[in-house]
Design a protein around this ligand. Structure first.
Ligand code: GLU
Ligand code: ZN
Length: 329
C-alpha cells in the first residue's frame, strides 16, 4: 500500500548569494539544510540570490555550485540544471517581485520613504521613542507614489519601499531556537522591503521565490532569525502559505566574529586544492554539528542517518588553531 502519497513533499533550498566564494561557514549551513530535506526524502532547490548588486561577483555563482557538488551535495532543480520553476537567478525574476509589490500597494500595505539613515536615527533619539526602536513611520502619508518620492530624493539616492508593520506579536516555532514572538512595529518599525522601484529587494524576493518554488522548510544561518517575523508578515499579506523556519548557529573565527577573510583562507575550493578530501571536510563539518568523531571522514550521503538538529551545539562553531592546523592552513 502506498501511504507516502498522502504526505506533503518536503522541499528545502540552498540559496547562496554570489558575493564571494563558498567557505566553511556557508558550507556548514548548506550541509545542514541539505541533510534535513534529504533525510526526509525531500527535494532540494538551488537558487542564486544575486540582488545585492554592488557585491555580486557573477563568476562565484557557478563556483559555489561546483564546490557544493564536489562536497557531494546535489539538487533536483536549480541555477545550473534548470527545472520547473525557472529561472533560478533572482535578477531574472524581477517581474515576480514587481507583481508582489503591486499586490501590497493595492492593499495599502507599502509606501515610499525618503528618510536617510540620519533621519531615522534622530527620530529614535526623540523623547518617548524608547518603546519603539526602529523606523517611526514619518513617510507614511507623505508621497502619493514612488515617482514623487524619487523627485524628492533626486538622482543620487533611491527612496525605499517600506512595509506597514502591525503593532502585534508575530509568533512562530523555529526548528532550532524554539518558540519566537516578535512585535515588528516595536522592534524594527515599518521595515524596508527594497530600494528599487520594482520592489526587487531581499525581503520581498525571498518570500516570493520560496513560495513560488514550493519550499516547505527554510534552514539558514541564525543571523537571519530577526527578519523571519518580517517575512512572515509578507507571507500573510500576500496570502501565501509560510514554510517551517530553522535558524542554525554560524561559524566564527577565534575572535568570535563571523568567518571572514582575516581568519585565513577557508574557501572550499582552496581547502580542496590543498589536498583536503571532500570526505575530510564533510567529516569536520559533521564533527562541529555533533554527528561525528574528530578526524572521521564521511560522505554527505553517509551522514543522512546521523542527521539530527538537536545534536548541533547552540553556540557558534569556532574555527580555531586546532582546526586550521588540521586543514593545513
Ligand atoms: N542569500 C542569503 C545569504 O546568502 C540567504 C537568504 C536566506 O536563506 O533566506 O545570506
Ligand atoms: Zn521616511
Amino acid at each position: 500500500m502506498q501511504t507516502d502519497v498522502l504526505k506533503p513533499q518536503i522541499k528545502g533550498r540552498l540559496a547562496p548569494s554570489p558575493t564571494g566564494a563558498l567557505h566553511l561557514g556557508n558550507a556548514r549551513t548548506f550541509l545542514i539544510a541539505w541533510l534535513s530535506a534529504r533525510s526526509k526524502n525531500g527535494k532540494v532547490v538551488m537558487r542564486m540570490e544575486d540582488l545585492d548588486h554592488p557585491k555580486v561577483k557573477p563568476e562565484t555563482a557557478a563556483m559555489a555550485c561546483s564546490d557544493l557538488r564536489r562536497l557531494g551535495l546535489y539538487w533536483d532543480e536549480g541555477y545550473d540544471c534548470g527545472g520547473a520553476h525557472e529561472p533560478y537567478l533572482q535578477s531574472r525574476r524581477v517581474h515576480l517581485y514587481r507583481d508582489a509589490l503591486q499586490k501590497l500597494l493595492d492593499k495599502g500595505l507599502v509606501y515610499p520613504c525618503t528618510c536617510t539613515r540620519r533621519d531615522v536615527e534622530s527620530a529614535q533619539s526623540a523623547p518617548h521613542a524608547e518603546d519603539y526602536q526602529g523606523y517611526n513611520g514619518i513617510c507614511r502619508d507623505r508621497y502619493p507614489d514612488f515617482a514623487t518620492a524619487e523627485a524628492f530624493t533626486g538622482a543620487d539616492r533611491l527612496p525605499a519601499w517600506r512595509f506597514f508593520a502591525p503593532d502585534r506579536e508575530v509568533t512562530f516555532i523555529d526548528g532550532f531556537h524554539g518558540p519566537q514572538a516578535v512585535n515588528v512595529a516595536r522592534t524594527a518599525g515599518d521595515f524596508v522591503l527594497a530600494r528599487h522601484r520594482e520592489g526587487a529587494g531581499y525581503q520581498l524576493a525571498v518570500v516570493v521565490d520560496d513560495a513560488a518554488m514550493g519550499i516547505t522548510e527554510i534552514i539558514r544561518g541564525d543571523d537571519l532569525l530577526d527578519c523571519t517575523a518580517w517575512q512572515l508578515l509578507l507571507y500573510e499579506a500576500l496570502d501565501l502559505p509560510a514554510p517551517q523556519f530553522t535558524h542554525v548557529p554560524l561559524v566564527v573565527g577565534p575572535d568570535g566574529k563571523r568567518l571572514a577573510k582575516r581568519h585565513g583562507d577557508t574557501r572550499i575550493g582552496h581547502l580542496l586544492a590543498r589536498g583536503n578530501s571532500p570526505e575530510k571536510l564533510i567529516g569536520l563539518l559533521a564533527w562541529t554539528c555533533g554527528w561525528a568523531e574528530f578526524g572521521e571522514e564521511l560522505t554527505a550521503r553517509e551522514l543522512l542517518p546521523r542527521f539530527s538538529l538537536s545534536a548541533i551545539p547552540p553556540a557558534p562553531a569556532v574555527i580555531d588553531t586546532q582546526i586550521s592546523r588540521f586543514l593545513g592552513l
